[in-house]
Design a protein around this ligand. Structure first.
Ligand SMILES: Nc1ncnc2c1ncn2[C@@H]1O[C@H](COP(=O)(O)OP(=O)(O)OP(=O)(O)O)[C@@H](O)[C@H]1O
Length: 579
């Protein structure tokens, strides 16, 4: 089955699932009495809350252990608005906007570059503690610990219908978002942040967007929940509520909208009936279930069912995101943008220009005043003994490290302070020493993801294009040689003008290395890519390099063709004796 018919099948299955859910939800008021119906309504609100958390935790890998702060903003927004006679049509948007702004502030602070994931955990924990305390202390606004009453209009089924409409609307909007660029980028950043950044995606932006969306959905859930809960009190924004939603999601399963609603419904309904049967011991039972799920079913109930159904890897790994190159790309496949349309295209013929570059780790200098100019279309091999600073130099050019001093120009642009995704936007691609691909996705999805983000369209050489047909196994199952080839394939499919490669032949057999050198030559000749290759294998260097640059102790020792370099006494003596 080809990829587009598989995508159509997934969409059909989602459509059937949604239709089934609509029918079941529509039938509920006719078969349930008032109490179970109000429990179901509460489950829908909590499901929405869990889904909100999933947007951050399950989809973007952003840890939030204080999401009830946003839920509380939603619930109090409605409660305060109702008490003061503010129309819902005004109170709800203002409340949601407030939650979004709050989340933006937290996201900007906690998702800065270089901060550890635990920063967000600490910040959100502080937020939920603060929110609960604020709800207790701001007496004139919140009525303190006594809370505020919100009426549901008395007719449970009417309110149930409102909750259903809100939940379904969110599900449909989400399904739409998932199919587009945002869903794809969310998936890419969650699976492999550095790779995504070198495909021009800004991971911080994607995570902040996801967190703001997540908080807004959580606040909407609070809006929906307030009239069912009836009494909006400080606990609704507090740490217990924040923990409870983590349980909903862990039980149902992260990364699936069904998991969020299922987990919330099972725990909410279960604890209600358990509570009636065994009193506060129900908390103990819920705790045990949580531990068992985390230990034995980390994918939650939905994960268990999916594993039993043995769904194709391309379906399960992509979490519903559609990973295929968009059909409506303005530049048709096989074409390159006119040179004058590319950013920095009017710069001189120099692709990379490094001047007096230095880099120290702590006080230890590793790069010591490197000058290096590489022309567009050139193939340069960077060689030198272990620890000479070759990888560090690539990292500096790619933006993965900031220089201590000196200048880096790409295509005439001063990029020394630019982030990797900004440099990628100039057409700079890179390969890592350890192949960096999207391991959970199939090779075909890896390629499709790169093509969907493409800097420009290119036709892949046949030895790389073969991956487009491998759609039934995750990339992590490929051999090292194939993972290296896949990393090259997805980088080239993205359409770079300059590619930095860090020991691309490491670990390959002689035959594979020779084949790789031929492919790189073809990429240079047919696609015009400038290549900078760090390599130890002198056979490959001989085949590849227009020019060889020898780096030693962080300095350029000599630069020239292979014969010049090989005849250089210092190089022979100290670095490549056998050449
Ligand atoms: N993040 C870092 N922190 C501290 N020291 C580092 C860091 N990265 C590299 N170094 C040090 O910088 C020096 C140069 O390392 P680098 O990896 O650039 O060398 P290389 O020429 O690529 O070596 P190899 O051929 O073995 O890969 C080494 O001594 C290394 O330990």
């Amino acid at each position: 089955m080809n990829r587009s018919s598989r995508v159509a099948r997934i969409q059909r299955r989602h459509g059937i699932g949604l239709a089934g859910a609509v029918v079941a939800l529509a039938a509920a008021p006719f078969v349930l009495t008032s109490y179970p119906l109000s429990l179901l309504t509460l489950s829908l609100a909590y499901g929405l809350f869990a889904f909100g958390l999933d947007l951050a935790w399950g989809r973007a890998g952003v840890i939030s252990i204080g999401h009830a702060a946003f839920f509380g903003v939603g619930a109090y927004g409605v409660a305060i608005g109702t008490e003061r006679g503010v129309p819902l049509l005004l109170a709800v948007p203002v409340t949601l906007a407030l939650a979004a702004v709050l989340a933006l502030a937290v996201g900007l602070a906690g998702l800065r570059r270089g901060t550890s994931p635990s920063t967000m955990a600490v910040l959100t924990l502080a937020l939920t503690l603060l929110a609960e305390q604020a709800a207790r202390s701001l007496l004139s606004l919140t009525n303190g610990s006594n809370g505020l009453f919100v009426g549901s209009g008395g007719i449970v089924s009417t309110y149930y219908r409102t909750a259903v409409v809100v939940a379904l609307t969110v599900a449909v909007v989400w399904a739409h978002l998932l199919r587009g660029r945002f869903g794809r980028r969310l998936l890419a950043v969650r699976i492999n942040e550095p790779r995504s950044e070198h495909l021009g995606i800004d991971p911080r932006r994607v995570k902040i967007q996801a967190f703001v969306l997540s908080a807004t959905v959580a606040a909407l859930a609070g809006v929906v929940a307030a009239p069912i809960v009836g009494l909006v009190s400080p606990g609704i924004a507090g740490v217990v509520m924040s923990t409870q939603v983590l349980v909903f999601l862990a039980v149902g399963g992260r990364g699936s909208i069904l998991g969020a609603f299922l987990g919330a419904a099972l725990v909410t309904i279960g604890q209600e009936y358990l509570g009636a049967a065994i009193g506060s011991w129900y908390l103990f039972v819920i705790g045990i279930i949580f531990v068992l799920v985390v230990r034995f079913a980390p994918g939650g109930l939905v994960g268990l069912v999916t594993a039993r159904l043995r769904r194709p890897v391309s379906e399960t790994a992509s979490q519903g995101a559609v990973v295929q190159p968009p059909a409506d790309r303005p530049d048709a496949p096989g074409t390159r943008l006119p040179a004058t349309d590319r950013p920095g295209a009017d710069a001189a013929d120099v692709a990379i220009d490094v001047r007096d570059l230095t880099k120290s780790f702590d006080a230890t200098p590793v790069i010591r005043g490197v000058d290096l100019q590489i022309r567009q279309g050139e193939v340069v091999c960077l060689i030198g003994p272990n620890g000479a600073g070759k990888t560090t130099l690539l990292n500096l050019v790619a933006g993965d490290l900031r220089p201590t001093s000196g200048q880096i120009h790409l295509k005439g642009q001063d990029v020394a302070s630019w982030h990797p995704h900004h440099r990628a936007a100039l057409g700079l691609g890179r390969l890592f020493q350890t192949p960096s691909v999207y391991p959970e996705l199939t090779p075909a999805q890896n390629l499709a993801l790169a093509q969907a983000e493409a800097y420009q369209s290119v036709s892949l050489p046949p030895e790389l294009a073969r991956f487009a047909d491998v759609d039934d196994t995750p990339a992590s199952d490929l051999s090292l040689a194939d993972q290296r080839a896949l990393e090259l394939a997805l980088t080239i499919a993205w359409g770079p003008e300059i590619v930095l490669l860090d020991e691309p032949a490491a670990g390959l057999s002689h035959e594979d290395s020779v084949r790789l050198a031929g492919t790189l030559r073809a990429i240079n000749k047919d696609l015009g890519c400038t290549l900078v290759v760090v390599e130890h294998d002198m056979d490959i260097v001989r085949q590849l390099g227009d020019r060889v640059v020898v780096l030693a102790e962080g300095r350029v020792l000599v630069s020239g063709d292979m014969d010049e370099v090989a005849s250089h006494d210092e190089v022979r003596a100290a670095y490549i004796g056998a050449v």
